[in-house]
Design a protein around this ligand. Structure first.
Ligand SMILES: Cc1cc2nc3c(=O)[nH]c(=O)nc-3n(C[C@H](O)[C@H](O)[C@H](O)COP(=O)(O)O)c2cc1C
Length: 223
């Protein structure tokens, strides 16, 4: 049930244009089945350049991206991911056809160095990685990755973000990623296979009501 304070027939936001943030967000769903068609050359670089306008803590800018956009590199990623496991049992084989994979990395050392500087030294965050209750390098990587997803959708490209889990070390080694870089996960991009739509079990879960997730003014808002 929507709480009293949230019930309104008026729309407060302006989402009239086709590519408004609101429209693009409402169109976004995880796509788990792609066709092999390549993305326009240069598009991904352009989108990443735009996506990296998202904020970073202390303007540390400690976020970098590994872009795999040729078939042999993408195949290599999946081969390394599934090493020792049976790839044929994977429920979403349509993911393997996506032409582009992007792995965003957060670089803790860049944040430590930045927070050692005079204007940030009061935080003590420049002392040690253990001081960071929130790993801002991953926060910032996530902000940029979300922006990248919205920009992709605006360009008729579908996406799926997935975790790396125990694959992270193997992937880092295979693609010569510096040891201290932390991977956020993998953003899979491409054009959807409309004939093989796959919906994951997580995707079927209902969205929680707004009144349950927003606590307006105090934790126990009137219903
Ligand atoms: C941090 C994160 C990790 C995820 N990891 C996986 C994953 O490992 N495999 C997968 O199929 N989907 C993964 N997803 C996608 C979610 O399952 C999906 O976003 C969720 O079910 C909601 O569906 P929607 O994206 O279509 O709205 C992940 C999403 C996020 C944000």
């Amino acid at each position: 049930m929507v709480g009293r304070w949230l019930k309104t027939s008026k729309s407060w936001s302006d989402s009239s244009t086709k590519n408004s943030v609101a429209t693009t967000l409402s169109r976004r769903r995880s796509c788990r089945s792609f066709v092999e068609r390549k993305l326009p050359k240069g598009l991904i670089l352009e989108l990443i350049d735009k996506a990296r306008r998202t904020p970073t803590a202390g303007n540390s800018q400690g976020v970098e991206f590994l872009v795999l956009d040729d078939k042999s590199a993408v195949d290599d990623f999946w081969k390394v991911s599934f090493s020792g496991k049976d790839k044929s049992k994977f429920p979403f084989p349509g993911l393997f056809r996506a032409p582009v994979l992007i792995i965003p990395f957060g670089i803790p050392s860049m944040y430590i160095e930045r927070y050692k500087e005079d204007d940030k030294s009061y935080t003590n965050l420049g002392e040690d990685i253990k001081e960071w209750k929130v790993p801002y390098w991953l926060t910032d990587a996530a902000f940029a990755t979300m922006a990248l997803q919205l920009l992709a959708i605006e360009n008729q490209i579908e996406t799926c973000f997935i975790g790396l889990f125990d694959r992270e070390e193997r992937i880092k080694e295979n693609f010569s990623i510096p040891q201290n870089y932390e991977a956020l996960g993998v953003l899979i991009l491409g054009y959807p296979d409309t004939e093989e739509v796959k919906v994951g079990r997580s995707q079927k879960r209902e969205r929680r009501p707004l009144s349950e997730v927003v606590h307006l003014g105090s934790w126990h808002s009137p219903q």
